[in-house]
Design a protein around this ligand. Sequence first.
Ligand code: HEM
Length: 441
Amino acid sequence: MGNTIHTRSGLQRLLWPWKPESDKEAGDAIVKNMLLHWFPARIAKASLAWNYSFYLGTISFFLFLILVGTGLVLMFLYVPSVERAYSSVKDIEFVVSFGWMLRGMHRMAAHLMVATVFLHMIRVFLTGAYKNGSAAGANRPLNWIIGLVLLVCTLLLSFTGYLLPWDQLAYWAITVGTNIASAAPVAGEATRFLLLGGTTIDQPALIRFYVLHVFFLPVAVLVLFAWHMWRIRKDGGLAAVDREARSVKAEAAPPVRTKTYSLLGVVGGESVHVRNTVMDEERDTVSSSPHLVRRLVFVALLTLIAVAVLTVIFPAPLETPADPSVTPNPAKAPWYFLWLQEIVTITTVTIGSFTINGALVGGVILPGLLFALGVWWPYRDRSGSGAVGVWFAPERKTANRVFLLICLLIIILTIVGTFMRGPYWHLYWPWETWPDMPVRF
Ligand code: HEM
């Protein structure tokens, strides 16, 4: 691997002024930087391809960073007390300079994060990236499970934030959401009591949601994310690398002792990267700096711009203050739980004197079953190593179809719940006007 002098166009120099003059300089840029040294010094071209990962995990993480950034400023302004929460949010919205933008971006990033994490999971499944490849010590099924826990944390992060504005939307969405969850046999009521700090949504609930929202859940996401990324390194990189390595017939390169950037390589006397793949370094990999770093900066900027633009187009709503005595009709859970609310409705059936408890089916059994299936699946999937890191591998056709069908049903039910449910949970077309309803006290 000799020193490579790169020639660059004027536009490239304008967009990205720094360019290493040699592979050593490129490697040093990664190794000597505290943040960048997370990454390997060289990275497979296959991992960088836009149409492999669509950078959905990366986007999810940048959205999380936007949430932390805007959230920290919001903490200076928001007061988690039943008497003052609503007015402090109103001040943020109407008094604080650019407060509406700050709050709007926080809310928009939260919605988008739920959506991108879900899409990221779909991508990982359809590329068979939860399966082990050739790397020694790989445990991709574990990383899939860490991902599932991250998904649950993301949903809880969003759910706990929903209550904080203490307006009608927040109050009733959390009422519906926690009522669904309380249907679990034995532990349901107790869990709701523990979460709310009582039987009603009041000050103890607000402070519990607040502490979970600003401390425990973000820390959980950070720790799990660090583990998620570390696993990717240990698993030999993204699954696309395995696909690429299979197609390369070259012999494994001998260990390179000068490669001190791989910690395990130093300990074991060889680089994990070299041991795990049979790829040609020069041809199949590029230096992470600038190739990966440049893409990450690009994705980060695009994510930030998208959140800002969407916030201007769809500002955050703020309804009238929470009023436990006035029930909105319909009262809806947050949108990402509406598919469950739909299932609760569909499965609440009375046959003679017997009533099926829909809340138990939709709120507990079904999500529990789906989570358990998700944990079990990577160990059950017997497709060959040829299906790892490949979009729509023919070997996993049936699994992909079933998975997509489940996702499609979730999406359709979410759309029905969001746009087509009106007063008394009756169905309306999105363009139909709802009849005037007397307010229920
Ligand atoms: C907060 C949520 C999450 C974040 C921030 C996150 C972040 C990431 C990132 C940055 C990557 C590298 C590739 C990429 O950019 O797409 C990745 C890969 C991966 N993620 Fe996630 N992820 C999250 C949730 C999930 C979920 C819900 C699952 C599955 C249930 C999952 C499973 C995986 C797996 C198996 C890989 C390796 C993919 C491969 O080898 O191609 N992640 N994740």
